[in-house]
Design a protein around this ligand. Structure first.
Ligand SMILES: Cc1ncc(COP(=O)(O)O)c(C=O)c1O
Length: 368
């Protein structure tokens, strides 16, 4: 008797490992490992979540109408062109399921978000990584790797974990250079933190073309990571496809209620943006002042690259931070073993992290 076998690509997947949240012997570690909201959730979202608890014996609205309408109002898109998912991860995976399969290629940039190769392998497609220039996606390198078999290009903009982004003009150049049958998926999970004047999440590109999708999440600016909620803005024919294959009740009732309240809580949104806009440059400057290489980030995190000399490696820095109760994210799985990714968390947590990194960089051989 032989055991059931999954499709072969599935066993080539290295399972995604999320940011750690525990440190042995430390009761409340400072968690800067998963790019979660720095201020906790919106109190209005929490109230809506609690209120929804009384109705959990009912199935949720399978079309998430109230939530999609709130998203449409807030982001100036048409509710009919919005699909919600259990995190944007679900939508990224559904797009691969719908548009790629065995023998197809799925393109992403070298240090792109890890869920892209996972989504490709899960449908037996082949992930293809295009090299980056200065830790930034390179439009020419992406276009050079398009083949007859390319079906999807995933681009995180800004990218996790590098924080770098492509300008509106570069996005347009990428779209224009791709064959029409290739779906361009713009993953704008960090769009709300990207305040550079040349940045665009891609809403206009979705509207101007019929082969571009933008995904967004409630896990970052809306600080609802634990509820698993994301959305995408897509051409009507892609919306139709996603609605055929998603679970009929893929977003829970409490998540819909909290998401709607969060979208409508403009004060919380503004406060979260202001927090990031104040602390990201502060933290970036602190780390650069220590001699670390930190690319400009458009997200709620920074990538800190360690020189590697005199014991000042990312590995040693991680161990040092842990010794002080601080959890950052090692980046070996992204091909950046010399780097740590650190979330722009609460002010005191960032001060503690900056102090610890100062001690690490200025101490003898990076150990104390
Ligand atoms: C670039 C990017 N896309 C998507 C996601 C997934 O977000 P969600 O929590 O909505 O599944 C993340 C989460 O870290 C991310 O960094």
């Amino acid at each position: 008797m032989s055991a059931p076998a999954p499709r072969p690509g599935i066993l080539t997947i290295t399972p995604y490992v999320g940011g750690e949240s525990r440190l042995p012997g430390i009761e409340n570690p400072v968690k800067l490992s998963s790019n979660e909201g720095a201020l906790g959730p919106s109190p209005r979202a929490v109230d809506a979540y609690r209120a929804a608890a009384d109705a959990v014996h009912r199935y949720p609205d399978g079309h998430a109408v109230a939530l999609r309408e709130a998203i449409a109002e807030r982001f100036h898109v048409r509710a009919e062109q919005v699909v919600c998912g259990a995190g944007s991860d679900e939508l990224l995976a559904l797009l691969a399921q719908a548009y790629a399969g065995p023998g197809d290629e799925v393109l992403h940039s070298e240090h792109g978000f890890l869920m892209y190769p996972i989504a490709a392998r899960a449908v037996d497609a082949t992930p293809v990584a295009a090299p980056e220039a200065n830790l930034t996606a390179d439009v020419d390198a992406l276009l050079a790797r398009v083949s007859d078999r390319t079906r999807i290009v995933y681009l995180a903009n800004p990218n996790n974990p590098t924080g770098t982004w492509l300008s509106r003009a570069e996005l347009g150049r990428l779209r224009a250079g791709l064959p029409d049958h290739v779906l361009l998926v713009l993953d704008a999970a960090y769009a709300e933190f990207a305040d550079a004047p040349d940045y665009s999440p891609g809403i206009d590109l979705v509207e101007a073309t019929d082969n571009t999708v933008m995904t967004r999440t409630f896990s970052k600016i809306f600080a609802l990571s634990g509820l698993r909620l994301g959305w995408c803005h897509a051409p009507p024919h892609v919306v139709d496809v996603l609605n055929r294959i998603r679970g009929p009740f893929n977003v829970s009732g409490p998540a819909q209620a909290a998401g709607e309240a969060a979208v409508r809580d403009e004060a919380f949104f503004a406060e979260s943006q202001q927090h990031n806009a104040a602390w990201r440059p502060w933290f970036t400057a602190k780390l650069r002042g220590l001699g670390l290489d930190v690319p400009d980030s458009g997200g709620n995190f920074v990538l800190a690259r360690f020189p590697g000399t005199n014991g000042r490696t990312a590995e040693a820095a991680d161990a040092f931070l842990r010794g002080r109760g601080i959890i950052a994210r090692r980046m070996g799985s992204y091909g950046l073993p010399d780097s740590l990714r650190i979330t722009i968390g609460a002010g005191p947590d960032l001060e503690a992290c900056a102090d610890a990194l100062t001690a690490f960089m200025e101490g003898g051989h990076g150990v104390s």
